[in-house]
Design a protein around this ligand. Structure first.
Ligand SMILES: [Fe+2]
Ligand SMILES: [Fe+2]
Length: 156
């Protein structure tokens, strides 16, 4: 996991995490800091193992770790797009190939709605939602998520 270690130590990744943590200090809804990114990575990897999918662990972790880093980007409003751009900037510095970087960026661009064309994007979408504890959420009444997106059952 050496290359993913480099991601979490990357200056741009650190800057994004600080920005998210600052912006969400008083947020009552789901947070988007490192705990959420790692929950998504680990849950998605459990799905990959349980289903016997041929998706590289480090590549999936990279996509999951970066998928919300574009939140609160001061220039780009669409956080999926901003996060994909972050992946394109950060992953080559951490030793990922162009092919791997583009695979992660594609999955990240598609993660907000269920619109991924490839398996890594589908797993990222699913893990992102299922890692949320909607079944025990105090802000449920005010949350904008549609019922289909809410995770009401314990699966893994
Ligand atoms: Fe997101
Ligand atoms: Fe997310």
């Amino acid at each position: 996991m050496e290359r993913c270690q480099r991601i979490i130590e990357h200056p741009l990744f650190r800057e994004c995490m600080e920005r998210i943590d600052r912006a969400e200090q008083t947020r009552i809804f789901c947070l988007h800091g490192l705990p959420h990114l790692l929950d998504t990575a680990r849950m998605g990897y459990i799905f990959i193992l349980e289903r016997g999918l041929d998706i590289d662990k480090e590549l999936f972790y990279a996509a999951a770790l970066l998928h919300d880093t574009g939140r609160y980007n001061p220039i780009i409003e669409d956080h999926a797009e901003a996060s994909a751009i972050n992946a394109e900037l950060i992953m080559p510095d951490c030793g990922f190939s162009e092919r791997e970087t583009q695979a992660a960026a594609r999955a990240i661009r598609a993660h907000r709605e269920d619109m991924a064309a490839d398996m890594i994007g589908k797993i990222l979408y699913e893990a992102d939602k299922k890692s949320r504890m909607c079944f025990d959420c105090r802000a449920a009444a005010e949350c904008y998520w549609e019922d289909e997106k809410r995770n009401m059952r314990l699966e893994v």
